[in-house]
Ligand binder design. Structure first.
Ligand code: ACM
Length: 265
């Protein structure tokens, strides 16, 4: 199975332009699963709730979702993409999953980062795994990486590949995802963005790029630069994520001491 990330640099507020640019890249895609960054269509740094309300879209009825569905159907591919979602008067930082047949599902970011807490509601969708035949797919978004429970729950539910749209500004995640993959024996595709947004005085955001694809044994299969728009494509065997053994006597799931962890939960 060929999997890909697209590392982009969206222009804030220019949904049509940002989606069009991605659509052109997807026109010559040579992978069956592609992951786009968090908030890939809107950009990241909202200044007001009003701005969010003007740019957020319904999923899957909205223009961006419909455009991605159209591309997925035409190219016969699966796409995971970060989007600002409007739903029943609330706004979510969401990840959309579409495929060759239609809309598949949406995940709403559970762990909101910094000012996102002002503009978005915390996600209310459970961590879910989708079986697309060639692989079992789970989604988490950016800052979810800091909460090992997110990747763990996806892995326990059978995910082979964690798709991870991101807009990273802190330096730690590209290294940390190696651990998330190792401790869960899963693949992860982190699609980050590059560029700078400085829409709020004193809050300049530089996105760190370094989108990556990591294997269940922690091997870095592909890592992008920290400042260029680019794609990364890797051929993987998702079934490798189903072997949870570390040694002949260690299985990462069977070895869990659930009774000892209980008071923490
Ligand atoms: C982040 O969650 N966008 C850092």
């Amino acid at each position: 199975m060929r999997v890909e990330f697209l590392q982009t640099s969206p222009v804030f507020g220019k949904i049509k332009e940002n989606v069009k640019k991605v659509a052109i890249k997807l026109n010559s895609i040579d992978a069956s699963l592609v992951v786009l960054p968090e908030l890939f269509s809107t950009g990241y740094q909202f200044k007001s709730k009003k701005e969010v309300s003007l740019l957020a879209e319904e999923v899957p009825q909205g223009w961006t979702s419909q455009r991605l569905i159209q591309i997925a159907k035409t190219k016969k591919i699966f796409i995971v993409a970060g989007i600002a979602e409007k739903h029943r008067g609330r706004f979510y930082n969401s990840s959309l999953f579409v495929g060759p047949k239609d809309f598949i599902g949406v995940y709403r970011k559970a762990h909101l980062f910094w000012n996102e807490k002002i503009f978005f509601s915390p996600g209310n969708t459970p961590f879910k795994v989708y079986n697309i035949g060639s692989a079992k797919i789970g989604m988490m978004i950016c800052f979810d990486w800091l909460f090992p429970e997110a990747a763990r729950v996806l892995a326990l539910k059978g995910a082979d590949i964690i798709c991870h749209p991101s807009n990273l500004v802190l330096p730690h995640c590209p290294q940390a995802m190696i651990t998330r993959c190792l401790e869960n024996r899963v693949f992860a595709i982190t699609a980050n963005r590059v560029g700078v947004e400085h829409r709020i005085k004193g809050q300049k955001l530089k996105f760190i790029g370094q989108s990556e694809i990591v294997a269940p044994d922690g091997k870095m299969l592909c890592r992008a630069s920290d400042n260029k728009e680019e794609a990364g494509i890797v051929e993987i065997d998702p079934r490798l994520a189903r072997n949870k053994n570390i040694t002949l006597l260690n299985n990462i799931f069977k070895d869990r001491r659930k009774k000892l962890y209980k008071p923490l939960l």
